[in-house]
Design a protein around this ligand. Sequence first.
Ligand SMILES: C[S@@+](CC[C@H](N)C(=O)[O-])C[C@H]1O[C@@H](n2cnc3c(N)ncnc32)[C@H](O)[C@@H]1O
Length: 297
Amino acid sequence: MSGTTRAATAALALSEATEQLCAASVADARLEAELLLAHACGIDRAHLIARLKDPLKPTTIAAFRRLLARRLAHEPLAYITGCREFYGIDILCGPAALVPRPESELLVDLALAEVRARGAALRIADVGTGSGAIACAVAAHAAAARVCAVDVSSAALALACRNVEALGLGGRVDVGQGDLLGGLGALDVVVANLPYVSESEWCGLQPEVRDFEPREALVAGIAGTELNARLLAQAPAHLARGGLLALEMGPTHARALSAVARTHFPGASVSVIKDLGGHDRVLLVRQGEEARWRTTT
Ligand SMILES: C[S@@+](CC[C@H](N)C(=O)[O-])C[C@H]1O[C@@H](n2cnc3c(N)ncnc32)[C@H](O)[C@@H]1O
């Protein structure tokens, strides 16, 4: 914003901020400006829209400027406001974990469909839980379900614990540290959004992602398929008869990971689900009813 006189009302502050965000190539510049100003005012966006002609206090303008400067430096909006809506619930966000993405809601849909079809007593795991978004969304929408939320990162797990507590899901989401499925027993549903960016892709990611989100939450290795392939190798020892494994993957990984899945699950049905953008996004493995499993514990 150029000065306090021009930006005296919310409407003026928003139009100036929108221009600046557009110039910085921020998509949805107007929406983001509104969310930042609402955050600076301590109100929600609907209330802000209802008060566009109200004058802003100097302290609010100063706070908005600070938030806007962070966004203009390409810090993700969710890190600035500390929150992101995911599957109808508010997830606390911070630099310890990836900001939950809309495409990952597909994993929640799949887990909830499974609960509806087979009952809430299913043993469900969210591997690479990060902020805990997927585990919390499943538990929040399936009243009796219990979910194990696992990650290697203790910083991410601290955030996941805050989300579990804030959403009142303690006792239904068990947060624990582990490497993939190691330490878990038999499971009926495994959902995982593990890192799937390749080393070479990482440099070309947008600054919001590359410069702010944890690299270890994004990059899997040289190919990008490494962690999902390792999970597929571990999973036969854990997935119960008739169980479901749903892995989010990079849009070019379907063929390679389907081949890995067929090697480790010879009797299973393996399929690929596209996201709303039409990209291959989730690898689905349905363990055959006749398949045998053994626990590792
Ligand atoms: C792409 S982020 C996804 C976070 C969250 N599930 C979401 O969708 O917003 C991947 C997560 O996997 C975790 N991770 C990486 N390697 C792992 C491993 N070997 N075992 C368990 N979690 C791992 C990372 O720490 C990170 O939090």
